[in-house]
Design a protein around this ligand. Structure first.
Ligand code: SF4
Length: 451
């Protein structure tokens, strides 16, 4: 299924609880985002705070010290010659797990269309072994997401239960066709876990036109599955994701179906069927230059004002449905697009530090960022990159090289990256590692390890 990612990353649920940066500011001192028109990051996007949680802080400190040593060190410490053993021995804190590339829809707006239904798959036991090893090395959360539709993975329930038995936080992003599979695992999901359905429409007519399910299923039938899941367990949140599209938006050389007129209808439907929230995000496309996922709208576009003012009016109307039980969220990248501050989020430091903390594990390989899933310049290793001690060692070398050579200031110069703040914050710590001593663990009542 199609994935909204770091231009509002796949991990980017759009809960919008405000929070503060653990270092006391809302942006790093040297970040180009500091001082500009500022949209406060929602709590789930306060990645710096998450990296300061007691269970993760050691990983952050080891990474910062390693980077600082490398920058100030001799040639032998350079990633190309440094032994992998010098790279901090941690798995990423959070992964996007593309559990399958199979999909039972043919969405017109799919950013992953070229990798779908290739027949390339995970070996189930190897996948479980990778997860087990990663959890021993600091993995805390898994977002089971795209490339394909997670619930069509034959051992979906087994994989989810295994991850929960490892104590991982688990989220599932689904097209909704497999709510029966979600119901099967509802009993093992906790308060911090979540399920989000990518529905992107208010009517069945637009739903069918956008998603083109290969086997007949209606939007009503999908939504009816939510009540059944809630009855089994009300513990975790179930969200309705609405990727807003407009006339003229294109991907894969194809004009996509517009749904901008169904924003309010989508929110009414989500509330009526018992979803916990609806989140609105702008449509993403692929950049021509490097296939990065980017928002398909710029303030230089002729129709920018019309599209933005229409979205604003309709999202404001939808927000009238917001109450204690049901929330209406708009994504950070929608807000920064509207106030034209999105370019601040495209000015990345040369080094993307989040590659160390959050990666994508797919049947096609292991990648540095959801924006570059299946892109050769974001590749860290194969699908079994963490499946054995030997492979993990190779992966550490490969990751060290990528951290050194992947120039985020160039590669991601069109991406509205929500990791921009945390990347600049870590950059500042590497330049002034003595600041690490002043960072205390942030113990949250409801720890959230999704990155
Ligand atoms: S800066 Fe890093 S996290 Fe942001 S889009 Fe680039 S690779 Fe992804």
């Amino acid at each position: 299924m199609s994935q909204p990612v770091p231009a509002e990353t796949p991990s980017a649920r759009s809960d919008c609880e405000e929070s503060r940066h653990p270092a006391g500011g809302s942006a790093t001192p040297e970040s180009p985002t500091g001082g500009a028109k500022h949209v406060e990051l929602s709590r789930i996007h306060d990645f710096a705070s998450k990296l300061c949680s007691p269970q993760v802080l050691e990983q952050l400190k080891a990474y910062v010290r390693w980077q600082a040593a490398m920058r100030g060190g001799a040639a032998a410490d350079r990633p190309e010659s440094a032994p992998a053993a010098r790279v901090p021995d941690f798995a990423p804190v959070s992964i996007n797990l593309d559990i399958t590339t199979s999909c039972n829809y043919a969405c017109d707006h799919c950013v992953d269309m070229k990798i779908l239904n290739t027949g390339i798959r995970h070996e189930h036991e190897t996948l479980l072994e990778s997860l087990r090893r990663m959890s021993e090395k600091g993995l805390r959360s898994v977002i089971v997401i795209g490339g394909g539709e997670p619930t069509v993975y034959p051992k979906f329930s087994d994989a989810i239960r295994f991850m929960k038995s490892l104590g991982l936080q688990v989220a599932v992003v689904t097209n909704g066709s497999g709510m029966r599979k979600i119901a099967e695992v509802a009993d093992c999901l906790d308060e911090q876990d979540w399920v989000r359905l990518s529905l992107d429409s208010g009517s069945d007519e637009v739903f069918q036109a956008m998603h083109k399910p290969k086997k007949r299923i209606t939007l009503d039938e999908i939504c009816e599955g939510v009540a059944a899941v809630k009855e089994l367990s009300p513990r975790f949140k179930v969200g309705y994701s609405f990727l807003i599209t407009w006339k003229g938006a294109t991907i894969n050389d194809t004009k996509i179906v517009a749904n901008i007129h169904e924003i309010v209808q989508g929110a009414e439907r989500a509330k009526r069927y018992g979803f916990d929230y609806i989140s609105f995000k702008p449509f993403l496309t692929r950049a021509e230059r490097n296939h990065a996922e980017i928002v398909d709208l710029r303030d230089t576009d002729r129709h920018f004002d019309d599209v933005i003012s229409t979205i604003r009016a309709r999202v404001d109307e939808a927000k009238k449905l917001d109450d204690e039980r049901f929330k209406v969220y708009e994504s950070t990248n929608l807000k920064v697009l509207e106030n034209r501050s999105y370019r601040n989020y495209t000015q990345q430091p040369a080094t993307c530090h989040m590659q160390f903390f959050r990666q994508v594990l797919s049947p096609l390989g292991t990648y540095n960022c959801p924006v570059y899933r299946n892109q050769p310049h974001g590749r860290i290793g194969d699908k079994d990159a963490y499946a054995s001690e030997e492979r993990s060692l190779e992966t550490r070398s490969s990751l060290a090289r990528l951290i050194d050579t992947f120039d985020a200031s160039r590669e991601c110069s069109e991406v509205t990256c929500l990791y921009n703040h945390v990347n600049w914050w870590i950059e500042d710590l590497i330049r002034s590692p003595e600041k690490l001593d002043a960072i205390a663990a942030v113990d949250r009542e409801d720890p959230d390890y999704f990155l």
